[in-house]
Design a protein around this ligand. Structure first.
Ligand code: FES
Length: 102
């Protein structure tokens, strides 16, 4: 890992509107491309472990595919259950690679 974080994917592997699960320090991280902006949050919903990478994007939020909790992709905060959250990671681009940093 360098200062920008760990290289996890090529930019073209995650087109706008799509996501991909990567592993960072043993944790599943879901990386999303929202109209060219990149976000990364923990993949496991804190409710019952639903895979957020397979959820539904609503602007810059992701809705869990299991019971519908909604998470802000910027902060990881759960919008409809404010006591809950998932980790949010910073994503940068470096020479066509996506780097994720805890
Ligand atoms: S597992 Fe995500 S809302 Fe229930």
């Amino acid at each position: 890992m360098n200062q920008q974080g760990r290289s996890v994917a090529k930019l073209e592997e995650i087109p706008p509107g799509e996501s991909r699960v990567v592993t960072l320090e043993g944790q599943e991280v879901a990386v999303f491309n929202v109209e060219g902006r990149l976000y990364a949050v923990g993949n496991r919903c804190p409710h019952r472990g639903g895979p957020l990478s397979r959820g539904h994007l609503e602007g810059t939020a992701i809705r869990c595919p299991i019971h519908g909790w909604l998470f802000d992709l910027e902060s990881g905060q759960c919008i409809n259950r404010p006591q809950s959250s998932v980790p949010a990671y910073s994503v940068s681009r470096e020479n066509g690679n996506l780097c994720v940093k805890p």
